[in-house]
Each structure stands twice: as C-alpha cells, then as structure tokens.
Design a protein. Structure first.
Length: 181
C-alpha cells in the first residue's frame, strides 16, 4: 500500500537533486548568456528610484570631480575616456559579434569579427597617417614634428595589419577544417 500523503522530505530531496543536476550540467549558461542576464538584472534595477540615485551619485563622484579652481580633474577626464572606449567597443564590435554569433556560431563569429575589426583599424589608422593632423598645421605640436605626431598611428597600422592577417589566416584554416569534416 503506497503512502499518498505529502512528504516534505521527499519534495526537499527532489529539489536538492534538481539543483545538483542544474549546477553540474555541462550545458549551462554560456558567458554571453550570463552577460545578457546581468544586463537584464541591471536594467530592471535601474527602474528603482533609489538605485538610480545611487548610480547618479557614483557617476558624479567619478566623472565630475573638480579641483579647488573649479576645473574637472585629470582623473575624471581619464575615467570618461576609459568609459567611452569600453562603451564604444561593446556597442560597435559587440553588437556585430552578437549578430554573427546567433547566425554562424561562436568560433566563426569571433574570427569574422576580429578580421573585420582589425581590417577597419588598418584603414582608419592608415588614413590618419596620411592625412593627420588636419586644419591649421603648426610647425610642431608641443615639441613634436610631423613624423613624431604620426608614430602612434603608424604603430597602430602595423599592429592592426598583423592581427588582420592572423585573423584572415585563421579563417582560411577554419574553412579547410570545415571542408575536411
């Protein structure tokens, strides 16, 4: 005769077993999915006025620091630059990667995104080498002559070109691996 009464120990045991299976599951959330969940949680929290106030206070304390003369501090300017750079990378490179990730898979999306990003950097930095600085051309910019102004852009061009070639070779290798399978 079976016992049809509610047994809390049996339910607890099943829940613990389910939790272990979820925790030990190899096909859990990928890193991209974890970032998406974190973004969704942050978005939901941003609707709470107290949380928005704390975020606003943290923003002001970091990005709007002023010295005794009333000028924005060098730290705030650097922090803004870092935030803008990270946001730009996430917005431009990240969205392209996400779109490719959903259509062609993680590995191929990474290779295509890398080749496209570094190809774009080669073109952009090469244009800077050829045409910079624009506008009124002083004989020197704070002690730098015309060549010295272009040295960072030349380094970016060479580094980006090397990485672009590496990504294109990796794409070719991936294509040959896929054909042989």
């Amino acid at each position: 005769m079976s016992d049809s009464r509610f047994n809390p120990n049996r339910v607890t045991g099943r829940l613990v077993g389910l939790a272990r299976r979820v925790r030990d599951d190899e096909s859990g959330l990928s890193t991209l999915e974890k970032v998406g969940v974190a973004g969704a949680i942050i978005t939901i929290i941003s609707f709470i006025p107290a949380a928005r106030g704390l975020l606003g206070d943290a923003y002001d304390a970091t990005f709007k620091q002023r010295d005794d003369a009333g000028e924005i501090t060098a730290f705030s300017i650097a922090a803004r630059g870092i935030l803008i750079t990270i946001t730009s990378l996430v917005a431009f490179v990240g969205t392209g990667f996400l779109l490719l990730y959903t259509n062609v898979g993680k590995r191929l999306a990474f290779l295509i995104t890398g080749a496209a990003t570094f190809g774009w950097l080669v073109i952009g930095s090469l244009l800077f080498v050829v045409y910079a600085p624009r506008g009124i051309r002083p004989a020197s910019i704070e002690g730098l002559n015309a060549f010295q102004v272009r040295v960072p852009a030349i380094a970016l061009t060479v580094g980006s070109a090397i990485l672009f070639v590496m990504f294109v070779l990796a794409l070719d290798r991936y294509e040959h691996e896929t054909e042989s399978d």
